[in-house]
Write a protein that binds this ligand. Structure first.
Ligand SMILES: *[C@@H]1O[C@H](CO)[C@@H](O)[C@H](O)[C@H]1NC(C)=O
Ligand SMILES: *[C@@H]1O[C@H](CO)[C@@H](O)[C@H](O)[C@H]1NC(C)=O
Ligand SMILES: *[C@@H]1O[C@H](CO)[C@@H](O)[C@H](O)[C@H]1NC(C)=O
Ligand SMILES: *[C@@H]1O[C@H](CO)[C@@H](O)[C@H](O)[C@H]1NC(C)=O
Ligand SMILES: *[C@@H]1O[C@H](CO)[C@@H](O)[C@H](O)[C@H]1NC(C)=O
Ligand SMILES: *[C@@H]1O[C@H](CO)[C@@H](O)[C@H](O)[C@H]1NC(C)=O
Length: 936
């Protein structure tokens, strides 16, 4: 609806500042990964021909710490699958190959041919492709086996690709370096020439040299170690031949890290080793137990033992990769990922050990479902082990809500394309969760277990295998009709960047309902092309008021890509129904008004809030508001659904509320309804906040503090006196300090309330701090201050003063970037953009003169000053300005035209919804005794 003007993230950060973003920061950090985006890139990677395949590698690597280079020799046994005279393999441009000494030897069956050198015509490196080619004089026949030998040299990198170097300060204060590898997804070719595709899984026999006072951790154990004759202080380890490995899962680390003393666990196999620098050992004491509990749980899930005898987990100092480096049996974590963390990340890495490095996706397109399975199982494992504590019970809701927002936009992913892979993966996780519920957890588990018992291509799988095994198991267990396959279901969800919305329209007399599906669109206009063609396989799980049992999630029936379906035998007309409880499927549900009101009334009873579980309460509320926002439900009905929040104390139900208070508040900001809405928000929030108390209690749960600070932020915004007074007291410490330019003693949470509700003098003090900000201090603090100075005030005077100084007087302490920032902050609220608009109108000539050479600033100013109005009044103001200065807008001409178009769309929304909202609020406020003395 807001057009492309104000991305949701900005909305949240602008108004709530860091509070909301901070609350979900952990989840976001955990879920972000570059993996899929690089996989996406890889799909166009050069696939090697399939006529020659590797059988085994013998690799000798000689890294040199001092020169940051390495030399190596690789021998690869190859088998011909078809007649060919060109051997092709991957080798990165950085790798120098000794082309004169490449050898190919026959591995003949008889003694005569054995060891015979094959004539090589030439070797070649392909321009712009990381491929090395060996041309033989004569083609070799299908079935031939040879050993290829290549000598090479390469670089040790500072960033984590291929072989890289890291460093840290040890317990004696000395700087120590270490070497480690990162080969995922395709950096093995930087380390040695190889068949760098996941499906080539063969054993490696490896020797690696190291300084004698270092240790190498590799996939297998050391058979022998010998001194290097020609390099003093260095030795070489010869390792036992490994299990078959993909190149991306091959890795090692050469370091002086030491094993943390093991705490005894009752896990016999595999042996767990944790490695870290000495100083960290104390902090990692509990990791053995965590890993052992997690391993056991995953081992039970797969019902098959880990194939290696050891798992090594390394806390790698200064590691900068987004995700841990997951080699087979050897996982490198950032130190902070192992210290004081929960189970999720460990579980995710361990699930990958089974599905990923042991049983491997055939190609990177299949890695997508692999990642989703790992994410889903890791979250369920972590939740099961610590009872949901790590996620504060929020999984999968946080993910789900952001997916609802993203996929219901006019142009999903249009802003941050890099996030696309990530959202798609999260969606797949939610589809897996849906299958886990609808097929049954045992069926789901037994289906996935079949991946480990494959007959063909034992240690590889493709996405279709996952669906195939789930279907087989579901049919055997009779949890899916014979004519339905999991493939059809999953594909209908995974291949679209959209989600459905389901509507339930009851016929109360006939005890039936028409259930229909269509694409879920929230932002308007809903002009997405081809939406009629989009259909999903949707499980209809039905709960009725006369049978409130929330533990059987077997679908009443599946909507098989049909638009409508009729439900019969529904309960009497005074009993509600709920479809899709507990967010089993990732889709919102709409009902007829009567059913919504039955739900609203029930939730206002104590019994109702007890009977309907948390996620379902949250869903009902979330769906009602967002459907109203989208124009699919009357706001009066949506407001009715919020009445129970006065009694609600569960943070999971409150979570989505803050977002939509923000959305709606912003939308009606300019109208008279806003005041009434704020009163309503106070009525909802005050009892919650007062019950939580103003300060954190000792040993309270994490969610309480988050909920308290969210409630407080919103109350503050609504003028809650105790909060504003507290902020002013804190702020005055700064005003009274001797050298206020030296540093800011005020916690960020207090600044916005002071700038919004405080005096002009307080605000002016802040402005002077920005003007006199010493260059030696952190610039991010200045930015924060400037953002709040512009974004928080509701008084015209403060904003006008800021604009006078920065635009008319062109104060030299403000850069162009500062101006962009100010404009963007002003467009976040009606006082801001209205004042900016009036300022532009009053000072038209001078601003035009000042911005003559600054087209970007001018365009940005026009966009911020005109783009965000939402009412007819705003439309008239903007179009009058446009008419008055026809022909003077220059480069911004199309911008103001676009603004007018947007306002028209927003005005439609306001015209349709504002009267409804106002009526509801009027009626409601008549019934309550509004206690206003605590508010400004
Ligand atoms: C290739 O196979 C031969 C015969 O089995 C063996 O002696 C040699 O070590 C193997 N080389 C590699 C690289 O595995
Ligand atoms: C190579 O030989 C194998 C085994 O005899 C046979 O199955 C395969 O079809 C042959 N490949 C080609 C391309 O002729
Ligand atoms: C050291 O000896 C090995 C094997 O004997 C040889 O391959 C290598 O080139 C030598 N290195 C140096 C630096 O002389
Ligand atoms: C390791 O041994 C090398 C050579 O023997 C020596 O120069 C270096 O100082 C040692 N490093 C540490 C950290 O003990
Ligand atoms: C809201 O709830 C009230 C009281 O239950 C009811 O009278 C009214 O019809 C509802 N409004 C809408 C639009 O659903
Ligand atoms: C801004 O400047 C205008 C014109 O110079 C002046 O009339 C107005 O009072 C100033 N506003 C503030 C808040 O300083």
């Amino acid at each position: 609806m807001r057009g492309s003007h104000l991305p949701f993230l900005l909305l949240v950060t602008v108004t709530v500042f860091s509070v909301i973003t901070h609350a979900s920061h952990n989840e976001i950090r955990r879920r972000r990964s570059i993996e899929l985006s690089s996989a996406q890139k890889l799909i166009t990677d050069n696939r090697l021909p399939t006529d020659i395949e590797p059988l085994s590698y013998i690799l000798d690597l000689r890294p040199d710490f001092e020169s940051s280079t390495f030399s190596g020799r690789i021998r690869i046994n190859l088998t011909w699958k078809a007649e060919s005279k060109i051997i092709e393999l991957h080798s990165h441009y950085d790798l120098q190959i000794d082309e004169t000494n490449v050898q190919v030897r026959l591995l003949g069956a008889d003694d005569l041919s054995k060891g015979k050198l094959v004539d090589i015509r030439r070797t070649d490196r392909l321009p712009k492709r990381p491929v090395f080619q060996v041309y033989l004089k004569e083609p070799l026949k299908n079935g031939t086996k040879c050993e290829l030998e290549i000598n090479f040299n390469g670089h040790i990198w500072e960033h984590a690709e291929g072989l890289f170097k890291g460093s840290y300060t040890n317990e004696n204060g000395a700087k120590v370096t270490y070497l480690a590898t990162q080969n995922r997804p395709n950096y093995a070719r930087k380390l040695f020439p190889c068949f760098d595709e996941p499906a080539f899984k063969v054993p490696y026999t490896v020797s690696i040299s190291r300084p004698s006072n270092y240790t190498t951790i590799f996939h297998s154990t050391i058979l022998s170690t010998e001194k290097l004759e020609n390099k003093t202080g260095y030795v070489v380890d010869h390792f036992k031949t490994t299990e078959p490995l993909s190149t991306f899962a091959f890795g090692f680390i050469i370091s002086q890290l030491t094993k943390v003393n093991a705490t005894p666990t009752d896990l016999l196999k595999p042996k767990i080793n944790i490695w870290a620098r000495k100083d960290l050992h104390g902090d990692l004491a509990d990791v053995y137990e965590k890993v052992s509990i997690t391993l056991k749980s995953i081992q039970n899930y797969w019902n098959i033992d880990f194939p290696l005898s050891e798992v090594n987990l390394v806390a790698a100092p200064g590691l900068s990769t987004v995700k841990p480096i997951d080699n087979f049996g050897l996982i490198l974590f950032k130190e902070s990922d192992l210290v004081n963390q929960g189970y999720y990340l460990i579980a995710q890495e361990l699930v990958y050990q089974w599905l990923g490095t042991w049983i491997t996706p055939y190609w990177w397109t299949d890695a997508h479902v692999n990642k989703a399975i790992a994410g889903f199982l890791a979250a369920s494992t972590a939740n099961e082990i610590d009872n949901g504590k790590e996620f504060d019970g929020k999984w999968p809701m946080t993910v789900l809500y952001s997916i609802y927002y993203e996929f219901s936009k006019r142009y999903p992913h249009s802003r941050i394309t890099a996030m696309k892979q990530e959202t798609t993966c999260s969606k797949t996780e939610l589809v897996l969760r849906m299958l886990n519920y609808t097929l049954g957890a045992d069926t789901f588990k037994n289906g996935l277990r079949k991946l480990f018992k494959k007959e063909e291509c034992k240690d590889l799988f493709i996405t279709d295998d996952v669906w195939k095994y789930l279907t087989q198991q579901a049919h055997a267990d009779k949890s899916l009709p014979e004519d339905v396959t999991v493939n059809e279901i999953a594909t209908s969800w995974i291949t679209k960047d959209r989600l459905p919305v389901v509507s339930v329209e009851r016929d109360y007399a006939a005890k039936t309902a028409v259930v229909s599906q269509r694409v879920y669109l929230r932002e308007r206009p809903h002009d997405v092309p081809e939406q009629d063609k989009m259909l999903w396989w949707i499980p209809l799980i039905l709960i009725t008021q006369d049978n409130l049992s929330f533990n059987n999630f077997k679908p009443y029936l599946w909507m098989k890509k049909t638009r409508d379906i009729i439900l019969t035998n529904l309960p009497a007309d005074d009993k509600f129904v709920i479809v899709n409880p507990e967010e089993i499927g990732p889709f919102p549900v709409n009902y007829d008004t009567k059913n919504w009101n039955l739900l609203a009334s029930y939730l206002q009873t104590e019994e109702g809030r007890k009977q309907i579980p948390t996620y379902t309460r949250a869903k009902l509320l979330h769906d009602a508001w967002n459907l109203a926002y989208a124009g699919d439900l009357s706001f009066a009905t949506a407001f009715n659904m919020t009445l129970f929040m006065k009694f609600e104390r569960d943070h999971l139900v409150w979570n989505p509320v803050f977002t939509f208070i923000d959305h709606i508040g912003r939308h009606i900001d300019m109208s008279n309804v806003h005041k009434k809405f704020e009163i309503y928000v106070r009525i909802l929030l005050t009892p919650l906040y007062e019950e939580l108390g103003p300060v954190p209690q000792e040993h309270e749960e994490k969610w309480k503090d988050n909920l308290r600070s969210l409630a407080k932020t919103f109350l503050c915004r609504a003028g809650y006196k105790p909060c504003i007074e507290e902020a002013q007291i804190a702020y005055h410490k700064w005003m009274d300090s001797e050298n206020p330019n030296e540093g800011n003693p005020v916690s960020n949470q207090f600044i916005c309330p002071v700038f919004k509700w405080g005096t002009l003098e307080e605000w002016e003090f802040g402005l002077q701090r920005v003007i006199n900000f010493p260059p030696s201090r952190k610039q991010s603090e200045r930015t924060y201050l400037l953002k709040t100075l512009a974004g928080c005030p509701i008084s015209k005077g403060k904003i006008e003063r800021l604009l006078n100084i920065t635009i008319l007087q062109q104060n030299g302490n403000f850069t162009e970037n500062d101006l962009f920032l100010i404009f963007s902050m002003l467009s976040g609220g009606s006082s801001g953009y209205t004042t900016l608009f009036n300022f532009l109108q009053q000072n038209w000539d001078q601003i035009k003169r000042n911005f003559k050479e600054k087209t970007n600033l001018w365009d940005n100013l026009i966009s911020s000053a005109t783009g965000v109005f939402t009412t007819q009044e705003g439309y008239d103001m903007v179009s009058n300005l446009y008419a008055k200065h026809q022909g003077e807008f220059g480069s911004a001409d199309h911008i103001i035209e676009k603004s007018l178009k947007n306002i028209k769309e927003e005005t439609k929304w306001s015209d349709a919804n504002l009267p409804v909202i106002e009526n509801w609020l009027n009626d409601y406020l008549k019934t309550v005794d509004v206690k206003d003395q605590k508010f400004l």
